[in-house]
Design a protein around this ligand. Structure first.
Ligand code: ADP
Length: 471
């Protein structure tokens, strides 16, 4: 069942309950008023007639034809009266009572005047029975009776009218509800159509037409358009990334293919050239390996993969990293400066990878004889890791791009051919996934300093954080 139909049915059901209750109350109050009016008339007639009969009876005489004259003379279009002696024998009746049914309740002088209901075929009757007394003595009973035919007919007509109003009102509500729901849901239909078109054609550049009102649908439209903005940006970034990755992978593969072609004709190569080709091949394969590892790390980053969350001794990570960097035997002085024992929450392998990326860059982009210093200090509750070098530095116009994927600075490219342009993006992702900020300060020709500012935590392992095994 469509939402539009459901909404229309809900409106109608709700309106039905309200209209039904109101009309029922109107009907009940109308018929109760009529009944009260009739009772008042019957009571009034019975009272008046009884008073006149009593007035006609002498103080000692019993009821006579004269004293019953008011009964015989009584004329009314709707009400007829009768007089009965105390044992229930009829003594007199009004002219219009002829042929009309007799209606009285229990004849008991102790029961004061009371109303009675009766039935004559399908005709409902209502009457009032009034004991007539002379002093304390009972003279008889007077009944005033009327037929409820016209009242019932009036009630029936009124009920029919109310029913017609209810049905008409409900049909109108259903129709109006359908129209209102269709109008309110029109923007949703537009959203669905546009979303379908986007899904089919990957047209992330399409946008939903701005909603005319600042209501929930307007909010939904704006949110979807914002989502499309980020989807478009992410899609474009992904395409760029795939293009760049393919391009970067193609270069070493082309070199490998060329070298393999040379090796297939060994007679054309001297022993020295042969060794050189093999060395080039090994270098390209290593480069390919770096590239694939870096791409894998970024793919994990894009998938939002979280590393372990344990207490990591950052000073231990720094000394391990230092040992690994030393093993690279770069022609550069490598030192540890400040080394404050500090802990952070995170994954020790990733933290070591972050340090190695920054450290290897510092060693690679520092000319022989230069100096690289690793340090760990504390500032404002933060554990501050620094990698400082006296290398080539980064020009100010390159600084905004060095964290972009596949970006390689001009100086870096001249100095080292073997970069991937993926180190710093991975380093930034690791820093951010540890709640840390990675920043850089650099002076071309004088050196650079990369700083990672982590939220420090107590090294006492708390209950929910295991400690990292020592590396
Ligand atoms: P790669 O080092 O493979 O080129 P990175 O993403 O690690 O890629 O670095 C991006 C760029 O940032 C480098 O090409 C270089 O221009 C610059 N860079 C990074 N570290 C340093 C550094 N310590 N000194 C000078 N330039 C650096």
């Amino acid at each position: 069942m469509s939402l539009r139909l459901r909404l229309a049915l809900w409106y109608t059901a709700l309106a039905g309950v309200v209209v039904g209750t109101v009309l029922l109350a109107a009907f009940l109050s109308h018929s109760a008023t009529l009944a009260l009016e009739i009772d008042a008339q019957l009571h009034g007639v019975a009272q008046r007639a009884a008073t006149r009969v009593v007035a006609g009876i002498g103080p000692h005489a019993g009821v006579t034809a004269d004293s019953l004259q008011p009964i015989t003379d009584f004329t009314d279009a709707e009400i007829w009266v009768r007089y009965f002696d105390p044992s229930g024998h009829e003594l007199a009746e009004s002219a219009n009572a002829t042929g009309r049914p007799v209606l009285f309740g229990p004849l008991n002088e102790d029961i004061p005047g009371h109303f009675v209901d009766g039935q004559d075929g399908s005709e409902r009757l209502r009457g009032y029975v009034q004991p007539v007394r002379r002093g304390t003595e009972l003279d008889g009973y007077l009944t005033a009776t009327t037929s409820l035919v016209s009242v019932d007919r009036l009630n029936d007509r009124f009920a029919l009218l109310l029913l017609a109003i209810a049905v008409g009102g409900l049909l109108l509500t259903a129709g109006a509800g359908g129209v209102v729901a269709a109008g309110a849901l029109r923007p949703i239909r537009t959203i669905i159509t546009t979303a379908q078109a986007i899904a089919l054609g990957r047209g992330f550049s399409r946008r939903l037409p701005p909603a005319p009102h600042r209501d929930e649908l307007g909010q939904l439209t704006r949110t979807l358009n914002e989502m499309l903005n980020s989807l478009e940006a992410a899609y474009a970034a992904q395409r760029r990334f795939v293009d760049d990755a393919a391009h970067e992978l193609r270069a070493p593969i082309t070199v490998i293919q060329g070298n393999l072609a040379l090796l297939q004709a060994p007679q054309a190569l001297g022993p020295e050239e042969h060794a050189q080709v093999l060395a080039d091949l090994a270098g390209e394969v290593q480069q390919l390996g770096h590239l694939v590892n870096a791409l894998l790390a970024l793919a994990r980053a894009d998938a939002g993969q979280q590393g372990r969350q344990v207490v990591v001794e950052l000073d231990a990570v720094l000394t391990t990293g230092y040992r690994r960097l030393r093993a690279l035997n770069a022609p550069v002085e490598l030192h540890i400066g400040a080394l404050t024992p500090l802990c952070v929450r995170g994954d020790s392998d990733q933290l070591e990878q972050l340090l190695l990326i920054l450290g290897e860059n510092a060693l690679r982009y520092t000319r022989p004889g230069g100096r690289v210093e690793l340090g760990l200090g504390e500032a404002d509750d933060a554990a501050v890791l620094t990698v400082r070098d006296t290398g080539i530095g980064i020009p100010a116009d390159e600084l905004p791009y060095i964290f972009d994927r596949f970006y390689r600075g001009g100086g870096a490219r001249t100095l080292r051919r073997d970069g991937t342009g993926l180190g710093l993006p991975i380093a930034r992702w690791i820093a951010e996934s540890h709640g840390a900020a990675l920043t850089v300060e650099s002076q071309p020709g004088q050196g650079s300093c990369f700083t990672v500012r982590f939220p420090a935590i107590s090294c006492e392992a708390d209950a929910d954080l295991p400690t990292a095994p020592p590396t």
